[in-house]
Design a protein around this ligand. Structure first.
Ligand code: MC0
Length: 144
């Protein structure tokens, strides 16, 4: 069951500059940052609020680390902006299987590693009304 907005992913050319915009404009601070080489991104997670399912909601700022990454490709075509939304679930495997059975393409056979030790998969934007959609099981809620 999808129980929260885990994060909104925002693509940017310059992570440090974008982090500073969110700090100066809204007062949001970096909760966590990391490089995910598999996904080709350097990212900063800005925690917005805890949620009543024991998780939290974040803004995820993404800067590509290589030109062939999905985010670099997207930035070249669209410029900076909202790249994807992510729903949180305690069971990414089960929810991905249920959604796949409804005819939506799930992009990974098995969930991969996401921010802060989470397990993630993506749904094809062309099957989701133009919205790249991610499913996330955070490390805290993962029974695996
Ligand atoms: C591509 N398309 C999008 C889109 N990316 N539409 C909405 N939102 C996006 N973000 C559209 C394109 O405009 C194009 O439409 C069509 O999908 C095919 O795109 P493409 O540029 O030709 O590229 P493909 O097919 O090679 O790849 C698209 C695909 C890919 C969605 C399969 O981007 C992908 O695998 N994304 C999932 C992984 C990802 O994005 N990782 C970065 C965040 P037209 O109409 O022109 O045909 S990593 C992350 O977020 C992690 C760290 C985490 O949360 O923990």
């Amino acid at each position: 069951m999808l129980t929260r907005i885990d994060h909104i992913g925002i693509a940017c050319f310059d992570l440090d500059k974008t982090v500073e915009f969110y700090r100066a404009t809204y007062g949001f601070e970096v909760f966590h940052s990391e490089v995910n080489e598999e996904q080709g991104v350097r990212e900063a997670m800005l925690k917005i609020n805890d949620t009543d399912d024991g998780g939290a909601s974040y803004l995820q700022l993404l800067e590509p680390t290589r030109e062939d990454s999905t985010v670099a490709k997207w930035l070249a075509k669209n410029g900076e902006g909202v790249h994807h939304i992510a729903f949180g679930t305690a069971d990414v495997d089960g929810d991905a299987a249920d959604i796949k059975a409804k005819g939506v393409r799930v992009l990974y056979e098995e969930p991969r590693r996401g921010s802060m030790g989470s397990r993630i998969t993506f749904l094809h934007p062309k099957d989701c009304g133009g919205v790249l959609t991610e499913l996330v099981t955070s490390a805290e809620s993962d029974g695996h």
